[in-house]
Each structure stands twice: as C-alpha cells, then as structure tokens.
Design a protein around this ligand. Structure first.
Ligand SMILES: Nc1ncnc2c1ncn2[C@@H]1O[C@H](COP(=O)(O)OP(=O)(O)OP(=O)(O)O)[C@@H](O)[C@H]1O
Length: 361
C-alpha cells in the first residue's frame, strides 16, 4: 500500500479543570513516507497529539486527515495506525512470532498467511529465524524490534511511536537510533514519533516538530531548527547556545560585551520581527573559540565550569553578569577560574527576536 499523508489540523484539547489546553490549535503535516518527531518538554502535549491521531482521544476542535480523509470520528481500529509503545507492550507468554502476528487475525488475515507475514516482518527488523523463541528470552533491543515488527506487519497507513527508545539503556539506545531510522526508511511508512529527547529526534526524524504548551513552535529538518531557529523558545530548547543582544546594521550585527564589539553577518528568521525589543544572536559552541586573555579583539571572560568530553574540553565561560557561553577547545588544560578571551569565529550567526517568555500559567 502506498504511504499515506497525515495532517493534524488546528487540534485543540482541553482537559477538564486544566489551567491551559493540552493542545492549542496544533497544525502540522507529515508527508507520505516521512518520519516526523514530536519533540518537547514534559507536558508540551506530545502524547495528547499522538493519542488523538491514534483515535484514543477526541479533540475539542480540529481534525485529523489521513490521505485527505477526515478520520477524527473514527475509532482506533478503523484508522489503520500501527503503534509502538515505550514499554513494548508485548505478551510475555507468547512466542516472538505469535506476538508479531497478533494483530492479523482480528483483521481477517487467513491463518496460512499470518505466519508468512510475521516471518517477513521479523526479517525486516533483523530478527529473521527467531519466531519460535519465547519473547521474554529476547534482549531489550530485540524486544523493541519485535514491537516494531508487530506494528509494521499490519501494513499500517501511519505508524505512531511513543518514546520508542526511552526504555533502552544508553548504549543500546544510541545503537537503536540508527537502526530504527534504517528500518523505518526501508518500510517507507509514514510515521509520527513522540520523544522528549532531542538526540533521539534528530537521529531518527526527517523533520522535527517542536511543541511547547500545546503549540507548534517550529517544524523543520534538524539542521533547520538548529541553524535557523524561528524564535527564542526554539533557540533555547534546541542545542546549546548563549543568546547575546545584537545590534543590527544592514546585514551585519554588532555584539558587544564589556565594551568589546565583534561582528558577524546576522541571519534573521523570514517572518521574525525584532522591531519591538530588538534581536538576540544565537551563539552555538562552534561559533566561538578561546583566545588569549590579552587579545583586545576578543570578549574577556572567566571559565566557570569545564568538562572533558570525547576528545574536547567543553568550557562554560562567563562573559558578564547575565551571559554564559559554552565553547569547545582541543586544549586539555583549561582550569576553572581561568581568565580567557572568547573570539567569535562564525561568519554568520542566527538571530531571533528578543521576546521575553510568557508566564507559565
Ligand atoms: N487525562 C488527562 N487529564 C487531565 N490532564 C491531562 C491528561 N492527560 C494530559 N493532561 C495534561 O495535558 C498536558 C499535556 O500532556 P501530554 O501528556 O500530552 O504532554 P507530553 O508532552 O506528552 O508530556 P510527557 O513528555 O511528560 O509525556 C499536561 O499539562 C498534562 O498534565
């Protein structure tokens, strides 16, 4: 079956007695065969959105469209969605094959075909030949693959994944990211994946939809969210960054700390408006480099924390009373408390409008 498109149209959901809606006009689209990750902090509304797409929850307003057809009122079993849950939700007393084939009988697939389809699905997730084993005898990563095979065997129109990697230990989780992406690409299925982990989202998704307080902050490729954040909220959530007030002057921006100004080209979001409170430059670690403390063209700073990580020393450098920038250096000996210079080495820096954050309530 060709992959379906999925559209979430202005979904709003307010739980009784809740201070604010769990979803507040959430719109996004998932193209056929695409994997979109719903990313956001706890309470952002990710699970609510997934449950509405699956049909376990009804929105107060808005619609879910599968291939253009409104499925908002359909029960879960008539939507053709496959689900992969955080804790796999496998049946421990059944074999691997029985677990994978479980959803086929209710869908009227004849017994003779079920076993062959389960075997094919297991091949697809790299577990060929394990069908007869008891599922409880498999490792956590293998069980996650069984859960994926079980969701894919019904040939879902859309695959919904709820924190699929979060129950795995850290090393396995990193390995499974690449594998999950490869398996989903092979299956050409349209998929929506909920995660609160940015690294998971970036590793597996074609595009990432960043949610906050029930609203979409931005949707785009991982590179787009990182390099071109649409707002302060995105810049603060994605990656590490110091946000420094920027004075715009044509294409250029002037960034001044303690009387020292450094310049770069500023890239503002297409629909951003800094007219009100001005602009903030988003300074990623790779945009900055350590300089000698007596370098008059560098910002003076003090190392307030340092750690060694995978071949580089990560330094947090206090620039002034408000701003602390993070940067990486190949130097090993950068003690805490060291006075250093910080040089802006990026030719271009992203800009976001300087909006203060709305209150929580
Ligand atoms: N059944 C419910 N009844 C009342 N409030 C709910 C219910 N389910 C979710 N909420 C609230 O709706 C908001 C969004 O919750 P949701 O579970 O969708 O967020 P999430 O982004 O998935 O968070 P998490 O990562 O913690 O799972 C939260 O404020 C939550 O407390």
């Amino acid at each position: 079956m060709p992959a379906a498109s999925l559209v979430l149209q202005a979904l709003t959901r307010r739980y009784p007695a809740a201070v604010r809606p769990a979803l507040d006009g959430l719109s996004l689209d998932v193209r056929p065969g695409e994997l979109v990750a719903l990313l956001g902090e706890s309470g952002a509304g990710k699970t609510t959105a997934l449950r509405i797409v699956a049909g376990y929850e009804r929105p107060d307003a808005g619609a879910v469209l599968l291939d253009g057809a409104d499925v908002t009122a359909l029960p879960p079993e008539r939507r053709g969605a496959g689900m992969v849950f955080q804790h796999h939700a496998l049946f421990p007393h059944l074999s691997v094959e029985e677990n994978v084939a479980f959803g086929l009988a209710p869908r009227g697939v004849p017994a003779a075909e079920r076993s062959a389809r389960a075997a094919r699905a297991l091949d697809g997730v790299g577990l060929g030949g394990t069908g007869a084993r008891p599922v409880h005898a498999l490792s956590g990563g293998e069980q996650q693959r069984v859960a994926l095979a079980r969701a894919l065997v019904i040939e879902p129109r859309v695959l919904l994944l709820d924190e699929p990697l979060s129950s795995l230990d850290p090393a396995l989780r990193i390995a499974m990211r690449d594998e999950l992406r490869a398996m989903l690409q092979r299956s050409h299925v349209t998929a929506l994946c909920v995660t609160h982990d940015q690294d998971d989202a970036f590793a597996i998704a074609d595009r990432v939809a960043l949610l906050r307080r029930g609203r979409l902050l931005q949707i785009g490729t991982p590179e787009a969210l990182y390099d071109h954040p649409a707002s302060r909220g995105v810049a603060e959530f994605i990656g590490r960054a110091a946000l420094l007030p920027a004075r715009r002057d044509g294409d250029g921006v002037h960034l001044t700390v303690r009387g020292v100004t450094q310049r770069a080209v500023g890239i503002a979001p297409a629909d951003g408006d800094g007219a009100g409170r001005g602009w903030l430059a988003v300074l990623r670690p790779e945009a900055l480099a350590l300089a000698p403390v007596d370098d008059a063209s560098a910002w003076p700073g003090e190392v307030v924390a340092r750690r060694f990580a995978a071949g580089v020393t990560v330094c947090r450098v206090r620039l002034d009373d408000v701003h602390v920038a993070e940067l990486e250096t190949a130097e090993r000996a950068v003690p805490e408390g060291a006075r250093v210079g910080v040089r802006l080495v990026a030719a271009c820096v992203p800009l976001v409008p300087d909006t203060s954050e709305p209150p929580d309530a």
